[in-house]
Structure formats: structure tokens, C-alpha cells
Write a protein that binds this ligand. Structure first.
Ligand SMILES: O=C(O)CCC(=O)C(=O)O
Ligand SMILES: [Fe+2]
Length: 454
């Protein structure tokens, strides 16, 4: 073929082979420059202020010590504070066969436990944790239904010249939920001390040495990797390599708050008292209880199989609040796709009425019910209808929904509309489309039963 560059072929093949391996994505990292005396509004790109560390000094006369990194090497006070920090650290051990071992032929470094220091550095603030969640979480452990990351500060480590190092090892996971480690290199001049991370025959090296850089180019640098990666800190040849290490855990992240958010009290949501009031009111859903429906306010990809599977965890804002509040009262709540709904007495006339609100007619009969689909399905090619807008039995079968009576509290809006079904009608074989909307549908027990359970 003309223009073909044969030497590129093996490279392209190698690249392709690497990418398709699931083992190809095992580490990520970055650098954030330090800004000094810059107003937030004047910053053009992401940068971080100098890092402040405070620690319990072993020298009791001074109590708590403080250092701001990077230090100015020409300032004797700065230099002596750095020396004090080094003195206040203890030899760093490592885990071997379930025991903590000190052996400076394997690890030559010092450390400080997290209970002995505090810092204003926060990896969440700089977007590091969000980045890790995006790069390292997807598909890494399919059976764990979670999309958040919790980073737990573990230690402060100092690898000093000459010859601070940590030979190749794999970190000891602190729990079942741990999936990786994060190492943050604080701005401090040093050379050497590269972090090599290896996985399935591949290797990535993070070189944070910056002794040749001017102080005003100082950076916070970081790397995160999966727990099964072997890693190694090569010898530090000058200066001090100061790192913070974090254990990375799966966390519920955005998800079903009713079950997974001990940090939030559902009762704190303004909606809670309103729902409580409604459920206690015997005039609400008096006759034998039944299904109450509210269309969601936000947009979701509910008409794709993957989008539908992500529900209800992917609910946002007020939709998640409604879901969580009703669940907290022990009600069965489902996020369901709705093809058509009937206009019931509960539906607000002011609602943005679109074709979804047309009554369902099967043959000559108007069915006073809503047509609700199974949760996880994509766009459906429906059956053959007699006329436009007609819902023949075949269509109902092909969409695999159920006709149910639902009392609608809030009608659908265009924001929430997804293309849900295509079907043919008429003797000209014309094609028509139907949209679906996502709704929260809760099963409310009869008033008498609610009184008993209250
Ligand atoms: O400080 C580092 O770069 C990594 C240290 C490390 O591997 C560890 O603490 O387990
Ligand atoms: Fe390690």
C-alpha cells in the first residue's frame, strides 16, 4: 500500500496489545505547582499553596513544631526546622509475614505516624481523589457496586540522602475494601528517589527529583497504584524526599443514600417532614393504598441498558432526596421507565403535558392505567399498530411493561424524556416513535396500616 510505513506496524501492534490487556491501567500520577502569594482569582490553572506541617516535637520545650514546604534553603531558620522534622521522625518499619520489621538493608527511611502530625494538604481539594476514582476504579472490581474513593492518610515518610530507599515490595492491604495506595511527594529539594511501580511485566517510573529546579518551580507530585503492584523507592542521592502515604478504599460515592450514607441523616432533608406528614394523614391514599408516582426532575440515560442498570445509584439532587426519604419510611421505591401514563386526579394540570400523558387506548377501550417498563432495557423496536399513537397488544408485549394504576403526584417534563421505542403503524408502514420518562414509583400501604406502623 502506498505511504505505508512498515516500521510502524510492530509499534502499532505492541500498543494495541498493551491497550487490550486489562493489566494495562494500573497507575496514574501528576504534578501540581505551588503558588505563593497569588490570589485565587488570579490563578490561571490549578495550583496549590505551600504545604504546612505541624507535629509533636520530641523536644518538649518547644511542644508543637511547624514547617512550611518548600523551605528556603538560603534561610538558616528554614533549614534548622527541616532538620528538626527529620530528627523527630522514627525509623520506618515494613510489614513482613504479618509482622512489622525494621531492617535498613531493605528500607532506609524515617516516618511519622498520622497521630503525631497534621497538615493542611488535602488530596480531595486538589482533585487528586476524583482523578483516581475516574482512572483506577472503573471495571477494577466489577462485583463491588461503588464509585467513590476514600483516601485515608497513613504516614509521613522521609527518605534522606545519602541512600534513603525502599526495596521492591507490595503494600499490605489494611482491609478487604482497600484497592490501592497513594503517595504524595511534598515540595522539598532532592535527587533520585524515583518510585518505580510494576504490574504484569510493565513498569512506570515517577521521578520527583527536583534539585535542579528553582524554588519557585516547586510542585506537589503524586502517584496512585493498585494494591497488587510491586513498587520500589530508588536511592535518594541528595536532599530529602518527603512523602505522605494514603490507603485507598472503595467507598459508596454517589449511590443509594438511603442505605449507604451514614454521613447524612435523611431526617435532615426538608422533604422528610413533608412526607412524614403525608403518610400520617389518613386522607392521603386512603383507599387501600397503592402506587404513587413522581416523574424525575433530572435527565438520565434510562433508555439505554447501561443507563438503566446504574439506577437508582445514579439519581441526582431532588430525585435522590425523594428516593432516600421514601425508602427511609420502609416503602418500596423503584426508579422505573414509563411509556405512557393516565391523567389521574393527582396530576397537576399545569404540568408540561406531552405525549406521555395521553390516555392509553387499547382497541376501543381507554385504559385508566400507566404503562411501566422493566428497569433494565434499552430502546425497543415495537410491534405493528393500526394507527399513529395506537398501542396495540403486540407493542405492549414487545415493550414488556405492565399496566398499573399509579396516582401521579408530579407529571413528566421534557428534560427527562428519552427516545424509548420505535414501531410501525398503518397500511403505509409508517414509523412512529415513543418517548419514555423516568419516574419514582412507591408502594404506599393503606392508611390504617400506616397508622399501625407509625
Ligand atoms: O514514599 C514512597 O514513595 C512510597 C513508600 C511506600 O511504598 C510505602 O510506604 O509503602
Ligand atoms: Fe509501599
Amino acid at each position: 500500500m502506498s505511504g505505508e510505513q512498515p516500521h510502524l506496524r510492530p509499534i502499532a501492534k505492541e500498543l494495541g496489545d498493551f491497550i487490550v490487556q486489562t493489566a494495562s491501567n494500573y497507575a496514574c500520577g501528576g504534578a501540581i505547582p505551588i503558588h505563593r502569594n497569588v490570589e485565587a482569582k488570579e490563578r490561571t490553572s490549578l495550583s496549590a499553596p505551600p504545604v504546612v506541617l505541624r507535629w509533636d516535637s520530641l523536644d518538649l520545650s518547644s511542644g508543637v513544631a511547624k514547617i512550611t514546604l518548600p523551605v528556603d534553603p538560603s534561610n538558616p531558620d528554614d533549614v534548622s526546622t527541616l532538620e528538626k522534622l527529620i530528627r523527630d521522625c522514627q525509623p520506618a518499619s515494613f510489614g513482613m509475614n504479618g509482622k512489622e520489621v525494621l531492617d535498613d538493608t531493605y528500607r532506609k527511611a524515617t516516618k511519622m505516624d498520622r497521630s503525631n502530625f497534621s497538615t493542611d494538604f488535602c488530596p480531595y481539594e486538589l482533585g487528586i481523589i476524583d482523578t483516581i476514582a475516574q482512572i483506577l476504579l472503573p471495571g477494577s472490581k466489577e462485583n463491588i457496586h461503588t464509585n467513590g474513593v476514600k483516601a485515608e492518610l497513613y504516614k509521613l515518610n522521609v527518605y534522606a540522602a545519602p541512600s534513603g530507599f525502599f526495596k521492591a515490595h507490595v503494600d499490605t492491604p489494611r482491609s478487604e475494601q482497600q484497592f490501592g495506595s497513594l503517595v504524595v511527594s511534598l515540595p522539598c529539594r532532592h535527587e533520585g528517589g524515583q518510585l518505580a511501580v510494576r504490574h504484569a511485566g510493565h513498569s512506570t517510573t515517577f521521578d520527583w527529583g527536583n534539585a535542579s529546579q528553582q524554588n519557585d518551580e516547586a510542585c506537589i507530585q503524586w502517584a496512585a497504584f493498585y494494591s497488587d503492584c510491586e513498587h520500589e523507592v530508588l536511592e535518594v542521592t541528595s536532599g530529602h524526599r518527603i512523602t505522605l502515604t494514603y490507603n485507598l478504599y472503595y467507598a459508596p460515592g454517589r449511590g443509594d443514600l438511603a442505605d449507604n450514607s451514614p454521613a447524612m441523616d435523611v431526617k435532615s432533608l426538608p422533604l422528610y417532614a413533608k412526607v412524614d406528614e403525608a403518610l400520617k394523614d389518613p386522607s392521603f391514599m386512603t383507599k387501600g393504598g397503592g402506587l404513587v408516582g413522581l416523574y424525575c426532575q433530572h435527565a438520565y440515560a434510562h433508555a439505554t441498558t447501561e443507563g438503566a442498570k446504574a439506577l437508582p445509584s445514579a439519581l441526582k439532587g431532588i430525585d435522590m432526596a425523594i428516593y432516600s426519604v421514601f425508602r427511609s419510611f420502609g416503602l418500596d421505591v423503584q426508579a422505573m421507565t414509563v411509556l405512557r401514563h393516565d391523567i389521574s386526579e393527582y396530576c397537576n394540570d399545569d404540568d408540561d403535558v406531552n405525549e406521555i400523558t395521553e390516555p392509553i387506548q387499547i382497541g376501543d377501550e381507554v385504559v385508566n392505567k400507566s404503562f411501566i417498563g422493566n428497569k433494565d432495557k434499552g430502546v425497543v423496536l415495537g410491534g405493528y399498530g393500526a394507527a399513529e399513537g395506537d398501542l396495540p397488544m403486540e407493542t405492549i408485549d414487545s415493550w414488556q411493561g405492565d399496566l398499573k394504576h399509579v396516582a401521579w403526584i408530579r407529571g413528566p417534563s421534557d428534560v427527562n424524556k428519552n427516545f424509548g421505542m420505535a414501531y410501525m403503524y398503518g397500511n403505509q408502514h409508517e414509523v412512529d416513535f415513543m418517548y419514555t420518562s423516568l419516574a419514582l414509583i412507591m408502594d404506599v400501604p393503606p392508611a390504617a396500616e400506616r397508622q399501625q406502623n407509625a
